[in-house]
Design a binder for this molecule. Structure first.
Ligand code: ZN
Length: 353
């Protein structure tokens, strides 16, 4: 199920700023809260959507609003859904406080330990669920990244999904339905959280993270619909790193072979960081190619002056062959091949050697 989403003004509510990103999903959350209040909410929910779209945060929010001691209960006249904000939790009552501090005994979070959710975790959950909730109006179990459940754990969970204990809602989050056992999917009500549009992410970065308009625009484009990725990039100074790397690339033609090799070696040392650098390079090359034909379509719009200076120094064919070389390095990373050698070749070619 996909529910049309749009924003609402929630400025009257005091929650940590990360929750502001949920404004985009407020229709979905209001729908679920309304169902909860009416007693028709399914006891097993499955939230799917891109990584970083807010699945886990939405699950936490639902657990909070359904247990908020100050929740205003809508009357029938509000069925039209005009006043979504009446479904938002207060963020200050005892229940909200405990959930925000992750200390509520009835809000249980299960996530992969190592690379998997293992059967022992599900067994221990089943044991906890055999007891009544301690204090919550409704207990919530959030199983994050449920696609990382091994089949044994998945099968153990089936029975609970089929007959959940009283006053208990289980929320699974996953990238997509096809990543889960069909037997699990069929027992859940499926809610798909849509990717968050660039303009929403850009505005969020400007308002909540003091990003400049240029910075917000670029990070929003690079985040591919994921608000947490955008925030991560902002708080980890992605833009500074990109500026530094692009400056290095621009200067590469003037560098000695020794310098280029040392630069390549530094890049190849950390595969995770290299993946990020390659993506920065790929967009840069793409912009150099695109600028010739459609200067208003470049991604690094804040670097337009540099792009204007650089784009004619190589022809499109050379630039495209560099993009191919980037793919070669990416494949080496994935296959655990000789990353250093292919990074050296890439950097030498980038330098026009
Ligand atoms: Zn509250």
């Amino acid at each position: 199920m996909t529910i049309r989403t749009e924003e609402a003004d929630l400025s009257a509510f005091t929650l940590p700023s990360e929750f502001d990103s949920l404004k985009y999903h407020i229709k979905t959350l209001s729908y679920l809260t309304r169902a909860f209040t009416a007693g028709t909410l399914s006891h097993a929910l499955l939230f799917t959507g891109l990584q970083g779209v807010g699945k886990q945060l939405a699950a936490q929010m639902l657990s909070m609003v359904c247990n908020c001691l100050e929740r205003s209960v809508p009357d029938d006249s509000e069925q039209s859904g005009d006043d979504e904000s009446s479904f938002w939790p207060c963020g200050q009552c005892r229940s909200c406080h405990k959930i925000l501090n992750k200390s509520h005994p009835d809000i249980l979070l299960i996530r992969p330990t190592g690379s998997l959710i293992k059967i022992d975790q599900v067994r221990s959950l089943i044991q906890k669920l055999s007891l009544k909730p301690y204090e919550a109006e409704n207990r919530f179990v959030i199983i994050a990244d449920a696609d990382f459940m091994n089949p044994e754990a998945g099968n153990a969970l089936l029975k609970v999904l089929e007959e959940p204990p009283d006053r208990t809602t289980i929320i699974l989050t996953a990238g997509q339905v096809s990543d889960l056992l069909p037997t699990i999917v069929s027992r859940c009500m499926h809610i798909r959280l849509s990717p968050i549009p660039e303009d929403f992410i850009a505005r969020f970065l400007k308002e909540d993270y003091e990003a400049t308009p240029d910075e917000a625009g670029i990070l929003a484009r690079m985040a591919s619909g994921s608000i947490s990725r955008a925030v991560f990039m902002k708080t980890n100074h992605w833009l500074d790193r990109r500026n530094h790397l692009i400056q290095e690339l621009v200067n590469l033609r003037e560098r000695s072979v020794g310098f280029i090799m040392a630069f390549a070696e530094r890049l190849a040392q950390d595969k995770e960081r290299l993946t990020e650098c390659l993506e920065i390079f790929r967009i840069w090359l793409r912009d150099l190619i695109v600028y010739r034909y459609a200067p208003d379509r470049i991604v690094y719009a804040d670097l337009e002056d540099t792009i204007r200076n650089e784009y004619q120094k190589s022809d499109s064919e050379t630039l495209l062959s560099l993009v191919d070389l980037i793919h070669t390095v990416q494949k080496k990373i994935e296959s655990n091949g000789n990353v250093r050698l292919s990074t050296e070749i890439l950097m030498m070619k980038m330098a026009g050697q």
